[in-house]
Write a new protein. Structure first.
Length: 452
């Protein structure tokens, strides 16, 4: 059994071993390399002191103020914020919730956890976000809520979707997990619906390693969610320590010149655990167990950690530090986006740039520069020499499904625009460590010049 487990990884290990001779690799996770040693020690002291309710309240207030004039609650993950919203609104068995098929499995799984049915809608070809037309086609008498997703930092056509939901008396929740701070006609994402969820997972616009946020301008919605929130447990201390260790590891090793070795180390640990060589606790710092379709017999929990759970206090401290530098960081990301778009035009590739990027009604703070290209697979092959393209979103409908999207009710061919995008999408990082802006620009020009 041991030899079989090891041999199954032999081929892949050969590929990863190439990372050892790579001078650098740019990832899609922006680490906390900007933090000082004193700030890191302060974060550790918060972890060791236990629950920090005042710190959580400060974070929730500042996070809410950064979105709008509403109210907010913090969670261990954005999916948990979504789940609590559904529960607080009384959505359950017999109800349907429409969401895009261009999403992660944790979203339909949250719907299944409350006993409702996820119904998948298509995306808009220009924004990669939810399509109002497709939502309209999927409304039935059982529909109770609609999820409008903003993708890559691009606001979806949320105004049309909000009008549609109002017309049919449906709840509207904005999935802003991969968008933060962007505006449509001067209104920030998160302020169009009944509520919005945000993610602060390490691959999202603001990085607290794991984390999520529920925001609403409706005080009655906040109070309903708060009544559930007040009964929620925290992640246990061993799990919190694992998250802190991951934070330390990424702070040092997720910078591009050390990233190749970091990926290899992670892969070797995975091999050791799966093969039985390592007897270390197999629980990940990340909340990976709820990628799997929930078992109705354990509907309120998943193995290894409580669901839903609160955000740990030491992560709230990281969140406050992220918010403090956001004004500076968003300017950097917009500058990188402008470079990409301008170079695409200069290289004769402007036809592949989504028109939304030049629409003055949209102020986009990008997480990634996303576009479709017929030679996407070749572009990504070239990118892989310098960039960790394994993090490209979304290369299939309902990503992160262990048994495939059909296990969660997705029907192949039902979201044709999204499925086409899955085959042709390219992601370029906009959130990268300081000092690497020139390098990513050089790589972009070098690669994209060959795909005119």
């Amino acid at each position: 059994m041991l030899s079989m487990a090891v041999s199954n990884y032999a081929g892949k290990l050969h590929t990863f071993s190439k990372l050892l001779v790579s001078p650098y690799k740019i990832g899609f996770v922006q680490p906390h390399s900007y933090l000082s040693d004193d700030q890191t020690k302060e974060i550790k002291s918060i972890l060791e002191s236990g629950s920090q309710k005042n710190l959580i309240s400060i974070y929730e207030n500042k996070m809410a103020r950064s979105i709008g004039s509403g109210y907010g609650l913090s969670f261990a993950a954005g999916r948990m914020a979504f789940y609590v919203f559904l529960r607080s609104m009384g959505i359950g068995p017999g109800d349907e919730v429409i969401l895009p098929g261009f999403t992660c499995s944790v979203m339909p799984n949250a719907i299944l956890k409350v006993g409702a049915k996820p119904v998948f809608s298509d995306i808009d070809v220009n924004t990669f976000g939810s399509s109002a037309d497709s939502i309209r086609e999927n409304i039935t008498p059982r529909t109770k809520a609609v999820v409008a997703q903003h993708s890559f930092g691009i606001p979806c056509k949320i105004e049309e979707i909000a009008d549609l939901c109002s017309e049919h008396g449906l709840l509207l929740i904005e999935d802003s997990a991969i968008s933060f701070g962007s505006t449509l006609k001067g209104t920030k994402v998160g302020n169009w619906g009944d509520a919005a969820i945000f993610s602060t997972d390490h691959s999202k616009p603001m990085n607290t390693i794991i984390g999520g946020f529920l925001y609403t301008r409706d005080y009655s919605v906040y109070l309903k969610a708060r009544s559930i929130y007040d009964q929620m447990p925290e992640l246990d201390n061993p799990h919190q320590k694992k998250i802190y260790e991951q934070f330390l590891f990424e702070r040092v090793h997720y910078v591009p010149d050390k990233y190749p070795r970091a990926v290899l180390i992670g892969y070797m640990h995975d091999i050791a655990k799966r093969s039985g060589i390592s007897h270390a606790d197999s629980q990940s710092a990340f909340l990976e167990n709820d990628y799997t379709k929930p078992d109705v017999s354990t509907i309120t929990n998943v193995p290894s950690y409580p669901y839903p759970a609160r955000m740990p206090g030491f992560l709230a401290k990281i969140g406050l530090l992220e918010l403090k530098r956001w004004k500076y960081e968003k300017v950097r990301r917009k500058k990188i986006l402008r470079f990409y778009i301008e170079k695409m035009g200069q290289m004769g590739l402007g036809k592949y740039v989504p028109k939304v990027y030049s629409n003055s009604a949209f102020d986009i703070i990008p997480l990634r520069f996303a576009f479709d290209h017929p030679d996407a697979h070749l572009i990504k092959m070239e990118m892989s020499k310098y960039i960790d393209v394994s993090w490209t979103w979304f290369c299939q409908p309902v990503i992160c499904c262990p048994k495939g999207p059909e296990d969660l009710g997705y029907v192949s061919g039902s979201c044709q625009v999204g499925e086409k995008a899955c085959d042709s999408i390219v992601n370029w990082p906009c959130s990268i460590p300081e000092g690497w802006e020139t390098k990513i620009e050089e790589i972009f020009v070098k690669i994209m010049t060959g795909f005119k």
